[in-house]
Design a protein around this ligand. Structure first.
Ligand code: AHG
Ligand code: MN
Ligand code: MN
Length: 327
């Protein structure tokens, strides 16, 4: 892809098609994958907007692999996302927060060249209070031969091998943010038309003095991280934290700032998950001029050892991430 500039108001489909045409060797599978993600986003958005009327508030009674109570919308979002991806021949396997094991595309469908990781509904604790939640996804091109079943080797690999990532936020509006090697672009859903339109072309994270963290845990953080926080306060920073990673990250991406979720004694590896929370957002942050580390090194240099690995996360403004990583 070259220096093609897209105007605001361009539909997601047109953006994808024109991008594909300008990408040597592109076959259309990635376009199809993005269209499937967009469809899932529209369906989940519709449910989120009327969850209180559709009997979709509250828990299912199940506990997921993370030991968390599964909300009805977690289940709906998970099933919708997988169903949208499974049948168009672009995807071989999905790794989801809500699934203990990787989900292979059923054999009645053609398997594809991509493996997708997903947090179907991020910010579950905010569902029942109508606060912003979202879907986070990352895309790997599979390593194994397309004639065979995909397996763990297709996802237990360096984050740097992600080829695309994104998220959909269900807030005052529904926005799909898509990152590829060509940059990061945001598309707002016009629910009256049922289409995503380019609203935030070529997103670059601006400078901003906002931190997003669960400050209630700060006394449990490593002392250098606490010291960093004290310096921020002395320097007149402000705080914003809703408790949905995707919403907090999104705000910082557009307005400037840093999100941090350090390790604590209760979560010595951190709380957030590497494959479907940290990797996709780290990919987006870097392509938007930001940075992401686990406090020691770059997130995208990490290699997942198992599907549901956790990590401390420092992400957003590159200078703040740098200060937190050295702290
Ligand atoms: P999920 O809803 O997918 O399980 O993720 C919840 C995560 C993340 O969205 C958020 O940043 C974090 O949990 C909030 O944790 P605290 O309540 O500990 O602040
Ligand atoms: Mn999450
Ligand atoms: Mn989730």
């Amino acid at each position: 892809m070259t220096d093609r500039q897209f105007e605001e108001g361009t539909t997601l489909d047109r953006f994808l098609m024109e991008t594909m045409r300008a990408t040597p060797g592109a076959t259309g599978h990635f376009v199809n994958l993005c269209q499937s993600v967009a469809l899932a986003g529209k369906m989940i958005s519709a449910r989120v907007n009327r969850a209180g009327l559709a009997g979709l508030l509250g828990e299912t009674g199940e506990v997921n692999i993370q030991g968390e109570f599964v909300q009805k919308l977690d289940r709906y979002a998970n099933d919708t996302f997988i169903r949208a991806l499974e049948h168009r021949g672009h995807t071989a396997m999905v790794v989801s927060e809500e699934e203990a094991e990787p989900v292979l595309v059923p054999s009645r469908f053609q398997s594809g060249r991509y493996v997708v990781t997903v947090d179907p509904l991020d910010g579950s604790s905010n569902i029942d209070v109508n606060a912003t939640i979202g879907t986070i996804f990352g895309v790997f091109r599979r390593l194994t031969d397309e004639g065979t079943n995909a397996d763990l080797t297709d996802v237990l690999r360096p984050g740097d091998e992600i080829v695309a990532a994104g998220y959909i936020v269900y807030g005052s509006g529904t926005l799909l943010v898509l990152g590829t090697e060509l940059g990061v672009n945001g598309f707002t859903l016009d629910p009256t038309v049922g289409e995503f339109f380019l609203s935030h072309p070529n997103i670059r994270i601006p400078k901003g003095k906002t931190y997003s963290c669960n400050e209630a845990y700060s006394l449990q953080w490593p002392e250098p991280t606490q010291a960093w926080l004290r310096r921020c306060k002395e320097q007149g920073w402000r705080a914003r934290y809703i408790g949905s990673l995707v919403a907090d990250f999104h705000r910082n991406l557009l307005k400037g700032g840093v999100f941090l979720y350090p390790a604590t004694p209760k979560s010595p590896e951190g709380k957030l998950r590497l494959l479907y929370e940290a990797f996709p957002l780290a990919y987006l942050a870097e392509r938007a001029g930001g940075a992401a580390t686990d406090g020691r090194g770059r997130i995208l240099d990490r290699v997942a050892q198992s599907l549901h690995d956790r990590t401390p996360l420092f992400i957003g403004d590159p200078d703040a991430v740098d200060a937190l990583t050295q702290s």
